[in-house]
Design a protein around this ligand. Structure first.
Ligand SMILES: NC(=O)c1ccc[n+]([C@@H]2O[C@H](COP(=O)([O-])OP(=O)(O)OC[C@H]3O[C@@H](n4cnc5c(N)ncnc54)[C@H](OP(=O)(O)O)[C@@H]3O)[C@@H](O)[C@H]2O)c1
Length: 250
């Protein structure tokens, strides 16, 4: 039986952990040649090994334009075009209004907004007409969380990139959608919640607020990304797909 992404070329930024790693694996399992990025070399090497198949790791910080150029140079050495870009690298830290520093602002916006913008813009010469772009936003794009305003603002920005880019890319029939995970079990989430007991307690508390009664798994976000990237979603364009167990639907 043919696989959904057989002979397709897929770029996943932040593909060494959590949602990006699970998604890179899922694309690889569906036959794609996958390029993943991450800043940490050891994590990148481990992820490449774990994913197997036709995967290439490109070390780099997606907030830096020279690193994004290196990513696409690496793609171009092996392929003439890209079918899917999953601009996922991102993260955040808590800082309440009153304690927000310039460094916090710049770090968060550089990774989550500047990084996503230039990951997509620099992919354009290689993206084939009819390609698909998926951006990682978050339920925080439409909901408030104490001490998370800068992160939430970046995710609202990402969501709005999708609305506007479908107009800019209209003539090339390139679809752009955002996936908005709710609370999802990843290393990044555990770190945000202080790891150990602190993280477990916070996750248990949040699980109680989610209609599904639990937090999400990275593989569940990956399934939504593959759907949006696939021809199954051929008429879905510019949406924000919440994958959150109902968290922001109530
Ligand atoms: N987990 C959740 O509950 C949740 C909910 C909503 C949205 N999200 C979003 O989902 C995305 C993935 O998060 P996650 O929870 O899977 O986190 P994670 O486990 O920390 O994974 C983040 C990935 O991004 C990479 N990364 C971070 N900053 C980068 C940069 N500047 N350049 C290149 N790679 C970078 C990390 O590798 P290096 O550290 O080695 O660079 C890692 O591969 C993020 O955009 C996050 O905001 C997560």
């Amino acid at each position: 039986m043919s696989k959904t992404f057989e002979n397709k070329v897929v770029v996943v930024t932040g593909g060494t952990s959590g949602i990006g790693l699970a998604t890179a694996k899922a694309f690889s399992n569906e036959g794609a040649s996958v390029f993943i990025t991450g800043r940490r070399k050891d994590a990148l090497d481990a992820a490449v090994k774990e994913i197997g198949g036709r995967v290439t790791g490109v070390q780099g910080d997606m907030a830096k334009l020279v690193d994004i150029d290196r990513l696409y140079d690496a793609v171009q050495q092996k392929h003439s075009q890209i079918d899917v870009v999953f601009a996922n690298a991102g993260g955040g830290e808590f800082a309440p209004l009153g304690a927000i520093t310039e460094e916090h602002y710049e770090k968060t916006f550089d990774t989550n907004v500047k990084g996503v913008l230039f990951t997509v813009q620099k992919a354009l010469p290689l993206l084939r007409d009819g390609a698909s772009i998926v951006l990682t936003s978050s339920t925080t794009s439409i909901s408030g969380t104490p001490a998370l305003s800068v992160y939430s603002a970046t995710k609202a920005a990402v969501r709005n990139f999708a609305r506007n880019w479908i107009l800019d890319l209209k003539d090339r029939h390139i679809r752009v959608n955002a996936v908005s995970p709710g609370v999802t079990e990843t290393a990044g989430l555990n770190e945000l919640f202080g790891n150990g007991d602190s993280a477990e307690n916070t996750k248990n508390y949040l699980a109680g607020l989610i209609p599904a009664g639990r937090i999400g798994q990275p593989e569940e976000i990956a399934k939504a990304v593959l759907f949006l990237a696939s021809d199954q979603a051929s008429f879905i364009n510019g949406v924000e797909l919440f994958v959150d167990g109902g968290q922001v639907q109530i």
